[in-house]
Design a protein around this ligand. Structure first.
Ligand SMILES: Nc1ncnc2c1ncn2[C@@H]1O[C@H](COP(=O)(O)OP(=O)(O)OP(=O)(O)O)[C@@H](O)[C@H]1O
Length: 245
């Protein structure tokens, strides 16, 4: 089991209700999980607890057997290498060229001085070019990010995730800013990566159709609680209404 999540809870303010409430999950390596839920149901909070961008209030998360909710310093940095993230608004550096943005994915492996001086080892530059080839953007390596379309920018975000050599890719609504055709292309790319490299995908989505087309498993959140956990074939109208009520 790659991830075991036990009784995870998060509240941002002691007086408020839980953003996550008693979340319990077992996740195997290589699953493609889509997370559905209304705005505010806890999707972002959940995936950010996994890479510790947010500290859960209670509960435990085991990654390959190691409890990670209390990790600090170097141990946390090493853990975080395993999880790459892609974002709705890409989180790229617009004035920098595509290749440099991809190389940011190696930061977890470099010293602060190497990062400051942008001294990337030759192998890392090779890895970045390979990743750009994989996402179909090798000829864009020298272009500034700001000259790329949204779909191309998300491909750069995926290349940056890939050179981190993660075991899990977390997606926080990675296709919500894209038109339906481009959104499908990006989901297809994530699916190929998932199948070829056995990288686990955990992707927040607002589209039931995309979740059903690309996932092996769908998790539905409502008010911070899991109200559906199953294969796409089990997500019928009744279950959809349970998630979006
Ligand atoms: N930094 C914060 N401080 C206080 N409350 C927060 C914070 N971040 C999220 N929340 C609250 O936690 C709950 C879950 O929010 P979260 O962003 O995880 O939902 P979401 O399902 O990802 O929503 P969306 O689809 O709109 O991105 C919401 O009620 C939200 O208002």
């Amino acid at each position: 089991m790659q991830l075991i999540i036990k009784d995870l809870k998060k509240h941002y303010n002691k007086k408020e209700t839980f953003a996550l409430d008693h979340v319990n999950l077992h996740i195997d390596q290589g699953e493609f999980i889509s997370i559905l839920g209304l705005s505010g149901s806890g999707k972002s909070t959940f995936i950010r607890c996994l890479n510790r961008l947010i500290d859960p209030t209670e509960g435990e998360i085991y990654f390959e057997g190691q409890e990670i909710t209390k990790l600090r310093g170097e141990a946390l940095r090493l853990y975080r290498r395993n999880l790459a993230m892609i974002f709705q608004h890409y989180n790229l550096i617009p004035r920098m060229k595509v290749l440099t943005n991809v190389l940011v994915g190696r930061f977890g492996y470099l010293s602060p001085l190497q990062i400051l001086l942008k001294q990337f080892p030759k192998e890392d530059v090779e890895k970045a070019n390979e990743a750009l080839q994989k996402v179909g953007l090798l000829s864009f390596a020298e272009r500034p990010i700001k000259t790329l379309s949204g779909g191309q920018q998300q491909r750069v975000g995926i290349a940056r995730a890939l050179i981190q050599q993660p075991k899990i890719i977390l997606g926080d609504e990675p296709v919500s800013s894209l038109d339906p055709v481009t959104a499908k292309e990006i989901m297809l790319l994530l699916k190929e990566i998932n199948e070829n490299r056995k990288i686990t995908m955990m992707i927040n989505l607002h589209s039931v159709e995309l979740a059903k087309t690309f996932s092996t498993r769908i998790i539905g959140l409502n008010n911070g609680s899991i109200v559906f956990d199953g294969p796409p074939s089990a997500l019928d109208e009744v279950e959809i209404n349970r998630i979006y009520r």
